[in-house]
Design a protein around this ligand. Structure first.
Ligand code: ZN
Ligand code: ZN
Length: 135
């Protein structure tokens, strides 16, 4: 695995194991990750899980997604950039195969003089099933 593995405190390692076991597209909240982490490490506290997620996000091992309309962010293993879609009817969260085009990011950087390190793209609307049910 990556070089970050040796530097991780064991509890953070447990958090990473949970996120990686859930797999890409799993979108777990910190609360859900805590429940699963306790199955592996019964004494792990929620604050530890939360700090672990922040650290793993900083290291680039875990992706954090702030979903519009949801109180809690969700987490998934680091993967290629993709956008998220949240259904406002049933609450389903889906991965969308979309990344902001390189040229658009470069143009923003040039125009505003900023360094862009991360992108988060989210859409809301009706999922395919809810759209079908409406028709
Ligand atoms: Zn995702
Ligand atoms: Zn839906």
């Amino acid at each position: 695995m990556s070089t970050t593995d040796q530097e991780l405190p064991p509890n953070y390692r447990t958090v990473l194991d949970v996120v990686e076991a859930a797999g890409p597209g799993s979108h777990l909240t910190a609360q859900e990750i805590w429940v699963r982490a306790r199955a592996l490490q019964p004494r792990i506290g929620f604050a530890t899980v939360h700090r672990g997620l922040i650290r793993l996000h900083d290291l680039g091992a875990v992706m954090k997604i702030d979903v519009p309309g949801e109180a809690s962010a969700v987490y998934e293993p680091a993967a290629s950039p993709h956008a998220h879609f949240r259904c406002t009817v049933c609450g389903a969260i889906e991965d969308l195969d979309y990344a902001v085009p390189r040229e658009a990011v470069d143009a923003l950087r040039a125009r505003h003089g900023i360094a862009i390190e991360q992108e988060t793209v989210s859409f809301t609307g009706r999922c395919a099933a809810c759209e079908r049910a409406r028709a």
